[in-house]
Design a binder for this molecule. Structure first.
Ligand code: ATP
Ligand code: MG
Length: 635
């Protein structure tokens, strides 16, 4: 009877699997096909040049300009589609169609040319999230100049260091931005900085609402130049695939920031593809990425990835909890955002205000959520999934770095792969030959902790560390010969899912057991009293190392000896008695980078009484003073 029933043992396989296999089995053919997704001025001779490894070069001999793909190509088919929606704290808004963006970039490019900026010159951009930021970046790229965007929250010294490292010829800035209703003066910081930066010839100032004081010899007003120049079309420079596109400094979480260099062709292709694979952007999507463009996440997934795909992006100049903690959800509702991308640190900060703020809004247009920047702890994951994702949307937990140019490990809804496991990042993207190595360079067994490595080059990889080839080789290619070493600690399960466990230098070795500081932090955060924590290891004569924690309590909880003891107990109950604490301190805030990441190295320096090292990217110095005080009081 049952012979004719349509039973089937095979499953439909999402394209992901096939593409992944193909990318590693026939890389040459694979990348040639992928590169056809972009428009080239002239074809490349070679897919990958490994002759000067580890300085790999992609699509050698080919000519391509990323702005041709982001603008000229889009204008032909979607001139009137909105490219950028913009809104600020006050609810003021602007929007630019692809046609308008194209015109703005052309005008800006002409002005750069008139200011004497040529191919290869470095331009430092110090702007908040205003539409002129992507416009300025694209204008630089259009004429083959190299932009270096510095996050507008950085102070004078950080700006000076970056200008001098890149030897920038021009600085682009504006008067101010608003943060929580207060003016943040930006031009003033540049005024201070450029007295110590001999390479800078001019400062191009974009007027916002009111008159700005100018230094007659040095400053030029963008609006004046526009009036004088009028509209001129500037053909994109026919840059080589291997010509520099930008330098971007890393967050400085683990040490002195590195000037990461990316090139037109490889970076262009990688951001173009990964935007499709991970975010699955289609013509009617509205993509809201809450990152600042001063970080790689904004470069790749506000500017270059989405625009090369003709997508609409929402840019918000402001913080998530001002005027109220529902500011982002208000925007999601207002613009009908479909894909939303943010960081665990932001989720944790919004969690504190309670879920009522999310519930006030209709978020039903959302279809994909994303996370980036740090491992997302289970508490935050659940909150995000339940409240923002209505317990139904996929959360793509995208692991990548400034150095990788684009996403490396994640679920890939755009390739039909929605397989997700909370707290796992997922599977490597096509072309990403990721693995986990043990300390001695052998492949780790499933569930065995080790270091994530990438065993062959991919198009989005950094081309170098600006001005420091040795640091490039030393940082990324010397721990394990011949493979790229990202510096993160990881584990993989039997199905090949990767779990990034935190920074490699944030691993404790207590009595022979290797435990990521993040594992201890995750447990602490799951305690009802704890909002945030930073755990570090300090040497211990008996156990090798012991854990020390700095803990921020949730509102309504007070530090006490009893709570201290019960937190330590709680960690032991959950992770095992091997976790020995050398101290647990209560503070009101943790030292963080301006991108919101915990600077455990700073906590370590304070606790061990060592010099702080490079703190140019530290968000709030009072966090360090407080920690010092708390420790002194305790000991
Ligand atoms: P620096 O290299 O100067 O110390 P940084 O590493 O913080 O700064 P970024 O390039 O902005 O600078 O961050 C990349 C790092 O962020 C990764 O190496 C990883 O440690 C962490 N990271 C990013 N996304 C994720 C994620 N989804 N899951 C886990 N970790 C992540
Ligand atoms: Mg890093």
């Amino acid at each position: 009877m049952s012979e004719n029933l349509p039973f089937e043992e095979r499953y439909y396989q999402p394209p992901y699997k096939q593409l992944y296999r193909q990318s590693l089995e026939e890389p040459e053919k694979f990348w040639r096909e992928m590169a056809e997704g972009l428009e080239w001025f002239s074809p490349f001779d070679k897919v990958l040049d490994e002759s000067n490894a580890p300085f790999y070069r992609w699509f050698v001999g080919g000519k391509i300009n990323i702005t041709y793909n982001a603008l000229d190509r889009q204008v032909k088919v979607r001139r009137n589609k909105i490219a950028i929606y913009w809104e600020n704290e006050k609810g003021e808004s602007r929007q630019l169609t692809y046609g308008e963006l194209y015109n703005e970039v052309n005008r800006f490019a002409k002005i750069l040319q008139d200011l004497g900026i040529k191919k290869g010159d470095r331009v430092l951009i110090y702007l908040p999230l205003m539409p002129e930021l992507p416009i300025a970046m694209l204008a630089c790229a259009r004429i083959g100049a190299v932009h270096s965007v510095v996050f507008s929250g950085f102070s004078t010294q950080a700006v000076i260091d970056r200008i001098n490292d890149a030897k920038a010829k021009l600085v682009i800035t504006t008067s101010h931005t608003m943060r929580r209703g207060k003016r943040v003066e930006l031009k003033r910081i540049i005024d201070e900085a450029v007295s110590q930066t001999p390479s800078v010839e001019k400062v191009l100032v974009i007027k916002r609402d009111e008159e700005i004081e100018l230094n007659e010899e040095r400053d030029v007003l963008y609006q004046d130049l526009i009036k004088r120049t009028g509209y001129k079309k500037v053909e994109p420079e026919e840059t080589l695939s291997t010509d520099p596109l930008f330098i971007l400094y890393t967050s400085g979480t683990t040490g002195k920031p590195k000037g990461i260099l990316h090139l037109h062709g490889g970076y262009g292709l990688w951001t173009y593809l990964t935007t499709q694979w991970v975010f699955d952007l289609r013509d009617n999507d509205i993509f809201f990425n809450t990152a600042d463009i001063g970080w790689i996440t904004g470069h790749s997934y506000i500017v270059y990835g989405p625009l090369q795909n003709g997508a609409s992006v929402l840019m918000y100049e402001g913080v998530p909890d001002y005027p109220n903690p529902d500011r982002w959800w208000e925007l999601v509702e207002k613009y009908g955002v479909t894909v939303f991308y943010t960081s665990p640190t932001a989720i944790r900060s919004l969690m504190r205000y309670g879920e009522e703020w999310v519930k006030k809004h209709d978020l039903s247009t959302l279809r994909i959520l994303g996370s980036v920047g740090e491992p997302i702890n289970p508490e935050a994951w659940r909150w995000y999934f339940k409240n923002v994702g209505n317990s139904s949307l996929p959360i793509v937990d995208t692991w990548w770095q400034t150095e990788t140019g684009g996403i490396m490990i994640s679920a890939t809804p755009g390739l039909g792969n929605y397989l997700l496991k909370p707290s796992a990042n997922g599977l490597p993207l096509p072309g990403v030959d990721a693995d986990v190595f043990t300390e001695d360079g052998k492949q780790a067994k499933p569930r065995e902790k080790g270091y994530i490595v990438i065993k062959r080059p991919w198009p989005g990889m950094l081309a170098g560390v600006w001005g420091d080839p040795e640091r490039y080789v030393k940082t990324y290619f010397s721990k394990f010969p011949g493979v790229y070493y990202p510096g993160d600690y990881a584990v993989r399960d039997e199905e090949g899912f990767f779990y990034i466990l935190g920074r490699a230098d944030e691993v404790l070795k207590i009595a022979g057991h290797r435990i990521g500081t993040r594992e201890i932090e995750d447990i602490l955060i799951s305690h009802p009293a704890v909002a945030e924590s930073a755990v570090i290891g300090v040497p211990d004569p008996v156990r090798g190392e012991v854990a020390v924690a700095a803990v921020v309590l949730k509102q309504g909880y007070q530090p006490s000896e009893e709570l201290r003891k019960s937190l330590i107990e709680y960690v032991k109950n959950n992770l095992g008695p091997i976790v020995i604490f050398g101290g647990l301190y209560f503070v009101s805030k943790l030292p963080k980078t301006r991108s919101g990441k915990i600077m455990r190295r700073v906590v370590r320096s304070v606790i061990s009484g060592q010099p702080l090292g490079d703190v140019s990217t530290l968000e709030d110095e009072t966090s360090v003073d407080e920690l010092k005080k708390v420790i002194e009081e305790f000991t």
